[in-house]
Design a protein around this ligand. Sequence first.
Ligand code: ZN
Length: 275
Amino acid sequence: MNGHGGGAREDGCKAGSRVGWLFLLCWLVVSCLMVGCRTVRHDEVFQNSTIDALLAGVFDGDLTCGELLQHGDFGIGTFDALDGEMILVDGRLRQVKADGRVYAPSHKVKTPFATVCHFRPDATFDMSGPMDFGAVGKAVDRVVPNLNVFCAIRIEGRFRMMRTRSVPRQQKPYPALPEVARVQPEFPMENVEGTIVGFRCPSFVKGVNVPGYHLHFLSADESRGGHILALELEAGRCSVDRLDRFCLRLPGTVTDFATTDLAKDRVKELESVER
Ligand SMILES: [Zn+2]
């Protein structure tokens, strides 16, 4: 009887430990799946909203910078109500406002338009000047000749000349972006060190992002920066990350986005705003 009872207890223990192991296995599988969901996706461009929506005046942010940072540690964009230029580098988020100063915005601030990636360079090379905006682009094109993929560009350099702009925070009803850009403050700099952060987008993104080069600048002392209008590089080190995945998030709950005519061709407007 005792022996039998002992056997039952042993069976019970075995059954208990089997349940324990099963539980541990399930927990491990679930944990792995959860970690998998949070895995950083390399070689992917993540973008919020479209450039044509921004050109049309859809300036209401709907994605927090905190959420944006889950999709990248590197990139460019703007902030809610078009409040300045965004520079994201090494996970550090910076905002160049229309007063020309650089701020570290709260991660609760929202963005109406941004392009980011998890920057992991495929190639790094030296650049020696003098090189203007066009020459910098051509140098990157030589290293990443496939113009039909995205390319993230980071240049640590010394610049004989750098001319940037920012955009002032807007009030509702929002004007279209070209109207804002007509009176944008510009920031000319001479002999400045800093980082260029930006992307080369394929021509087929017309209407969605900016085809070709779109670069922002942050000075090494983080006192100046903005959207680059012109530059003259003296010397620098350039890193490029080829990106062949594209994830587009749309501001589905923003009323202006829902009611704006995005069938219109805004290429001319984009040209007036970018350079
Ligand atoms: Zn820009």
